[in-house]
Design a protein around this ligand. Structure first.
Ligand code: PMP
Ligand code: GLN
Length: 412
């Protein structure tokens, strides 16, 4: 393995998807719905496949299918109250993954530092490192760990964040709504981050793939909308998360032309162009949601409504078996502290270094329920902070959430 890839050998997804195939647990691990995607987008894809325009099955414009970049620019022009140029300020990518990759490859020189907030979606650190950059970590920590904990209780220390910024800082990567905590960053927190980015003249990469999954009364705030922030922000989204079609793997980045240019250079020589029919179908999906934007049926509103009872049901059954869940303000994951159940486990049967890996593997094999070990979302120094936790996904059929509750109740 080339040196720049060393240290990136392990992937929690590769390992845990294999584990699920082998032991066939009830799978609350990887984040995807186990039920039908909304008909609007699946019908649009079917119609695209049968379209009388033969070119819809062929290569399309490299930086994004025209119909899709137009739809994306129209939507975000409205959401961030600024006219986006569809051809210069939007790039369509192979999932949010590629948008992150093109951003970090395209904006990192050897030795550049990127500030990463822990826990973080696990690919950020390897992407920074393989681009020659250096991750600098700061952990969100819960203000309290008993009673009812919400994702808003998880905060960063402001002095500590301030101390990470220096002349080598290229940028900070934020994720709101947050995976795995479900935190929806407040205006005050975002303004604090924005002020540091301006003071040190750094970039902000804002991973907003769960932007439409926010529970009342919380509101998603785009850091690109804060004063003088558009100029330094690259914002990332995902059709997989927006329309509950994670297998479609279409994402995007938007931001100022000069910053997006670097991403285009990476994209044109790696992926070059993404799937045409899927982009066409996503574009049709956006056009429909734009038409009914202010109505309650708009999927950007209805999805969170659909997920709220699932969230509350999961929080309740986790509490009933003695875990302490963090109630998320957004997204579809729930972090839970399982340390009160330690006497019911035989963790010595597993050999992993981190206890949350031993817990999740033991549960998969012996209890039949799979979650994700959140220490995968921390840098090497802070993995211990996550060892008493597990991440469960709740965008699952009610009957499967009920089955998860039954499995846990039977076990404890
Ligand atoms: N960022 C976060 C925070 C995620 O949870 C995910 C997984 N959906 C991604 C990026 C990657 O998204 P995609 O599946 O569109 O590549
Ligand atoms: N974003 C999803 C999750 O966090 C899927 C990640 C993946 O498949 N690599 O579970």
């Amino acid at each position: 393995l080339p040196n720049r890839l060393k240290g990136n050998e392990k992937s929690v997804w590769v390992e845990y998807i294999q584990l699920a195939l082998q032991y066939k647990p009830l799978n609350l691990g990887q984040g995807f719905p186990d039920y039908y995607a909304p008909e609007n987008v699946t019908n649009a894809l079917a119609a695209t496949a049968k379209s009388d325009n033969p070119l819809l099955q062929q290569y399309t414009r490299g930086f994004g299918h025209p119909r899709l970049v137009n739809a994306i620019a129209k939507l975000y022009s409205k959401l961030i109250n600024r006219d986006l140029n569809p051809n210069k300020e939007v790039l369509v990518t192979a999932g949010a993954y590629e948008a992150l990759y093109a951003t970090l490859q395209g904006h990192t020189n050897p030795g550049d530092e990127w500030i990463i907030i822990e826990p973080f979606f696990d690919c950020y650190a390897p992407m920074v490192q393989s681009a020659g950059g250096i991750p600098r970590y700061i952990a969100l920590k819960p203000k309290s760990t008993s009673g009812t904990v919400t994702s808003g209780d998880w905060v960063f220390d402001r002095k500590e964040l301030e101390s990470l910024f220096n002349n080598k800082t290229k940028g900070i990567i934020i994720n709101t709504p947050h995976n795995p905590i479900g935190k929806v960053f407040t205006l005050d927190e975002l303004q604090f981050i924005a002020n540091l980015a301006k003071k040190w003249d750094t970039l902000v990469v804002s991973d907003e793939v769960y932007e439409h999954i926010v529970y009342e009364p919380y509101k998603h705030i785009r850091i690109a909308t804060l004063p003088d922030m558009y100029e330094r922000t690259i914002t990332i989204g995902s059709a997989g998360k927006t329309f509950s079609v994670t297998g479609w793997k279409i994402g995007w980045a938007y931001g100022p032309e000069n910053l997006l240019y670097n991403l285009q250079v990476v994209h044109q020589n790696s992926v070059y162009t993404c799937s045409t029919p899927i982009q066409e179908a996503v574009a049709i999906g956006f056009e429909l949601e734009m038409e009914r934007f202010d109505q309650s049926e708009c999927y950007f509103r209805s999805l969170a409504k659909e997920l709220l009872p699932k969230r509350d049901y999961m929080a309740k059954f986790l509490q009933e078996v003695g875990m302490v869940p963090t109630i998320p303000e957004g997204g579809y994951f729930m972090l839970a502290n399982w340390s009160a159940l330690e006497n019911k486990l035989n963790l010595h049967e597993e050999t992993d270094e981190n206890k949350d890996y031993r817990f999740t593997k033991w549960m998969t094999k012996n209890v039949g329920l799979q979650g994700i070990p959140p220490s995968a979302f921390y840098g090497p120094e802070h993995k211990h902070l996550a060892e008493d936790y597990v991440r469960y996904c709740f965008i699952k059929k009610d009957e499967n959430l009920k089955a998860a509750a039954d499995i846990l109740k039977k076990w404890v």
